[in-house]
Write a protein that binds this ligand. Structure first.
Ligand code: SF4
Length: 377
């Protein structure tokens, strides 16, 4: 089993908090040219998964919903030609709410996309403007309603909390609005001020005020409580799913299942090494067209695998499986992990349940510190 990630590096507007790699463009000719090169990359790398069948395909970005149905069709044709895609594969499209019009969804309906991940972020129009998002609250609601109308039974929405000047009451209202939509999956992240972004400058100039840690923690606790009350499992620190609706694609990353990443800045993993494509669209197009190398690669050491496992597993509800740790990495690394976990077990920030070591309700707030302590440097 394996996954495919396809990075669509275009956005039509720059969100004020975003430091992801993307180009600001809505030029369809430019996107057409990119799709042709992407198809070429898929052909070049068709044998890298050694015939493993594809369980998940994820179109992310950037804004994957800048692609039109013809461009998607070309990509699916080539994927079907070179890979065995499982009949029940999870095929996700990351979409901006204002792209999910009836006309667009209608054009997508012959395609095999069966999951939408909609970047709503908040239903508060003032905050949406501050974040320089393209959509407004009404478009956010309509996106989900329209998607249901066109038969989507697996919808995820993204939310951001700790927005500038946001109070707990506003965050509760956002959660209630999200819950009313009865989507199958919710991802919720605390806002971070990434260096160089517009929002980072606004904060430094005193134009917006960062939410204090205490309020952020209360917001996170409300989020978890509301998700639980409404039947969502907190299967990862930032991800909540109705039973049976965990993201198979993301869970595969967490289980070290191989995946191929196509497009600029996309990462791949083959079970032994990590590979990442050049970040610039121009370089990506030029290097592939000129038959030049367009990626870098590193072979992972046992220590890299151990650190990746600690970093990923501790963020999940299952936590670190110490039996797996022993089986995969041996007694020495298991001892290392347990010795470093001892102080966190004593303070009850970590819990040992059977053979699994996981974060407690207090530990979750210092997850990064605990992860750093358990990693081997
Ligand atoms: S749509 Fe997403 S990738 Fe594009 S600028 Fe906004 S946050 Fe960044």
């Amino acid at each position: 089993m394996a996954g495919i990630y396809i990075h669509i590096p275009f956005c039509t507007q720059r969100c004020s908090y975003c430091d992801f790699y993307r180009e600001i463009s809505s030029d369809n000719k430019k996107i057409d040219a990119f799709v042709q090169v992407l198809i070429h990359e898929i052909k070049l790398r068709k044998d890298e998964l050694n015939g493993e069948s594809i369980q998940t395909i994820y179109f992310g970005g950037g804004t994957a919903s800048v692609l039109n149905s013809n461009q998607f069709r070309l990509i699916f044709d080539i994927l079907h030609q070179y890979f065995t895609i499982c009949s029940d594969a999870e095929i996700t499209l990351e979409a901006n709410p204002d792209d999910l019009t009836n006309a667009y969804l209608d054009s997508l309906s012959p395609l095999p996309i069966n999951r939408l991940s909609i970047g709503i972020q908040t239903f508060n129009d003032k905050h949406l403007r501050e974040l320089n998002r393209r959509h407004n609250a009404a478009q956010a609601y309509d996106a989900v309603v329209n998607a249901r109308k066109y038969g989507f039974k697996n919808i995820s929405i993204d939310l951001i909390y700790a927005l500038p000047g946001q109070n707990i009451n506003d965050w509760e209202q956002q959660l209630d609005a999200a819950l009313q939509l009865q989507v199958e999956h919710i991802s919720a992240y605390g806002l971070t001020y990434e260096e160089g972004t517009a929002l980072w400058h606004h904060r430094n100039e005193g134009r917006v005020r960062e939410t204090d840690d205490e309020t952020s923690i209360i917001m996170f606790n409300r989020l978890r409580a509301k998700m639980k009350e409404n039947g969502y499992e907190a299967y990862e620190i930032s991800n909540y799913a109705k039973p049976g609706f965990r993201s198979t694609h993301n869970s595969a990353y967490w289980k070290f299942i191989p995946y191929l990443g196509f497009g600029p800045s996309a990462h791949s993993f083959d079970g032994k090494s990590r590979q990442w494509n050049v970040s610039s669209v121009q370089q990506y197009i030029k290097q592939i067209r000129n038959h030049q190398s367009f990626f870098e690669k590193e072979i992972l050491s046992e220590q890299d695998f151990y650190n990746d496992y600690i970093m990923i597993a501790l963020r999940t509800s299952e936590g670190i499986d110490t039996n797996y740790l022993h089986e995969r990495f041996g007694q020495e690394l298991l001892d290392y992990c347990m010795q470093n976990a001892a102080s966190h077990l004593a303070t009850k920030d970590l819990i040992m349940s059977g053979h699994c070591l996981s974060l407690s309700n207090t530990g979750i707030h210092i997850a990064n510190i605990i992860i750093m302590n358990l990693m081997k440097v």
